[in-house]
Design a protein around this ligand. Structure first.
Ligand SMILES: Cc1cc2nc3c(=O)[nH]c(=O)nc-3n(C[C@H](O)[C@H](O)[C@H](O)COP(=O)(O)OP(=O)(O)OC[C@H]3O[C@@H](n4cnc5c(N)ncnc54)[C@H](O)[C@@H]3O)c2cc1C
Length: 608
């Protein structure tokens, strides 16, 4: 396999405040400068007038999705906002150029942590995107979201299944009673002959139980049952296990069906079904959306440029190492730069927007003496979901949307990016030879693969690339068609956060992802802490969407800002918050179930 490797980690940026000039270097490896004036359009830096300050200083600790969203809401409400970020803005959501690969005026090949999927039921992110100017777009960055028309489910040795993702018009969903609901769902989930009808029936019955469960039962019972247990996966066909049990968990959110909470997966499943049925006006017209260029070009760079124009200050290369407390409040955040120099940052308010596994390091006995509940965050579990991109000589639009390799040992999903990007791939990136970026997420790092017999955790970077390629070929080339050809492969790029740890004989991952394990709601914190001037934002915080996603991070940031506004007695309007749609027709059945749950009875339809 032809390949090269870029083992470079993210650059750090030292020095004080990020000026416009420094911004070009800091917003990401792709570089805002490269984006300006090129085919995909350009951020309109300076388009927004600077806001009048209310003199209140907010320090935002971390510049990922949650940190940027909090900065956006606060600067628009007159606060003085500084973001402290050790590596690169955008966090797990950013894309990065593969350094040194662009020649002849072209940009570096586009690498990323993992492809970006924006389900139609996301509401907070689109609202933020519409407020980020982008040249030529009437609705700012929002117009860079494009719809995918189909999802493909590929299984070794069986015909692949294709599910439509564009919503042509409302499907006939009837919520009036369990029977009509059952027929509507059966029509939706009868995906092909590979699924035994009796098992589809069983799955649909379980969905009906969840949909008609009261909120009390969702939190009191389904939170504590695993998705696999609820679907009674044991003893059922391989197709049932991989399509109906694993597809929503393993492939979408890196969660093991045996570990993830039925409440979380059921809630996302419900949103997905209602979106696909086309019956919720506030959801998008496509159940699957993605960006029209690499994430930094289409979104993060214009966003950072806009926030800078509004007056947000970015302090790059600064890691938050601790909080100094005084009289039960945060007096200062201690930061360290890449050279080891320490500096204290004082502010009136602090928003921690760090990932959960880093935020817990801040909870010293002094912090915990004010808010003992924060210790619970140590119970939360992170797992690995990591992206790898393959650059191919030939455009390879395998599906017009996401593709799940069902039953693949490493729980792979992919997207053929070039077809969705506005610019001509070969003319824009690399040395002109690559015409496709096949972006793949690896969600299972513990199951042995087919080439080396090792889990991804214990494979070298080269082995990960060959093994992932082999698993995809096994799924896609099984019908005699050579969908993925070795001779098409030019190079690959694996998330630089994956690094071999010699002493442990396995990889480290710099950016793991929270998974909502059974009962984890109890350990997830609220955005408001008992420390009066400290708020939490991040994908692990309790939210309505409830999933560790960009949408969850954005929602949590808005909630943190609203709590801060209240504590600051601010007269500014709160940030808009959105909830997931709950069909009103289900109200009577849920009320009945609430009464049964209160009396200690199971759900009326929860039999067998
Ligand atoms: C491979 C992969 C694919 C994904 N695909 C999708 C998808 O398709 N759709 C979707 O919605 N979600 C997806 N997600 C999830 C999504 O990317 C994350 O949930 C979201 O980006 C988290 O945002 P965050 O701001 O909470 O955290 P992060 O993105 O982790 O940001 C936290 C920031 O804090 C900084 N930081 C860390 N330590 C410190 C410190 N000590 N001091 C100061 N700052 C610090 C980090 O550098 C980082 O910039 C994916 C995740 C992965 C890993």
């Amino acid at each position: 396999m032809a390949r090269y490797e870029d083992g470079q980690r993210s650059s750090t940026f030292t020095g004080p405040v990020l000026t416009r000039r420094k911004l070009l270097g800091a917003v990401g490896m792709a570089g805002a400068g490269a984006a300006i004036g090129l085919a995909v359009g350009s951020p309109v830096a300076g388009a927004a007038p600077a806001r009048r300050s209310n003199g209140k200083r907010v320090a935002i600790l971390g510049g990922g999705m949650a940190g940027l969203a909090a900065a956006h809401e606060l600067i628009e409400r007159g606060f003085e906002v500084t973001v402290f970020e050790p590596s690169a803005l955008g966090g797990k959501a950013r894309s990065m150029g593969v350094q040194g690969t662009g020649t002849g005026g072209r940009r570096d090949l586009p690498g990323e942590h993992g492809f970006r999927f924006f389900p139609g039921f996301y509401q907070h992110i689109p609202e933020t995107m519409a407020r980020i100017p982008f040249a030529g777009n009437a609705n700012g960055v929002l117009d860079n979201l494009v719809g995918a028309s189909a999802a493909r489910l590929s299984m070794v040795g069986q015909p692949d299944l294709t599910a439509p993702m564009s919503i042509a018009g409302p499907l006939p969903m009837d919520f009036t009673n369990p029977d009509t609901l059952r027929s509507s769902l059966t029509a939706m989930f009868t995906l092909g002959s590979s699924l035994p009808p009796a098992e589809v029936g069983w799955f649909v019955d379980r969905l009906v139980v969840f949909l008609t469960s009261s909120i009390e039962r969702r939190f009191g019972q389904w939170e504590y049952a695993s998705w696999e247990e609820t679907l009674r996966a044991e003893g059922k066909s391989a197709a049932y296990q991989s399509v109906l049990v694993s597809a929503l968990t393993r492939q979408l959110v890196a969660a093991k069906p045996s570990m993830s909470s039925t409440r979380t997966i059921g809630t996302v499943g419900q949103a997905f079904v209602l979106n696909a049925a086309g019956i919720v006006p506030s959801y998008g017209a496509h159940a699957d959306r993605l960006l029209s260029a690499p994430t930094n070009e289409a979104w993060i760079d214009p966003w950072v440029a806009h926030l800078s124009a509004l007056g947000v200050r970015f302090e790059m290369g600064r890691t938050v190492a601790g909080l100094r407390m005084r009289s039960g409040q945060v007096a200062a955040a201690m930061t360290v730069d890449s050279g080891g120099a320490r500096q204290e940052v004082e502010a009136d308010w602090f928003v921690s927007a760090m990932p959960v596994e880093r935020a817990v390091d801040l909870w010293t006995p002094e912090v915990l003496s004010v808010d003992p509940s924060l210790v619970q965050m140590r119970e939360l579990v992170v797992d690995w979901m990591v992206g790898i991109q393959y650059f191919l000589r030939t455009p390879t639009p395998i599906a017009h949307g996401h593709l799940a390799y069902l039953g693949s040992p490493w729980a792979l999903t992919s997207i053929s990016q070039a077809q969705f990007w506005r610019s001509d791939f070969a003319a824009t990136y690399g040395d002109g030879q690559a015409r496709e970026c096949l972006s793949v997420d690896i969600s299972d790092w513990d199951t042995p693969g087919i080439l080396y017999g090792n889990p991804a955790r214990r494979c070298t970077r080269e082995e990960i690339a060959s093994e992932t390629w082999a698993q995809m070929q096994r799924s896609l080339n099984d019908d005699g068609a050579e969908t993925l050809r070795d001779e098409d492969l030019l190079s690959w790029f694996l998330d630089p956060g994956i690094a071999w740890n010699e002493s442990r004989g396995e990889n480290d991952n710099e950016t793991p992802l929270l998974v909502n394990t059974v009962g984890s709601w109890d350990s997830r914190p609220h955005t408001r802490t008992a420390v009066p001037n400290l708020f939490l934002a991040g994908d692990y915080v309790r939210t309505n969407i409830d999933l560790a996603t960009m949408e969850g991070a954005n929602e949590s940031a808005r909630a943190a800002v609203n709590a801060l506004l209240e504590s600051a007695d601010s007269t500014a309007a709160p940030c808009p918050m959105f909830t997931l749609h709950e069909p009103p027709e289900l109200g009577p059945m849920r009320a009945l179930d609430a009464a049964r749950f209160k009396s200690g009875l199971p759900h009326l339809l929860d039999v067998g």
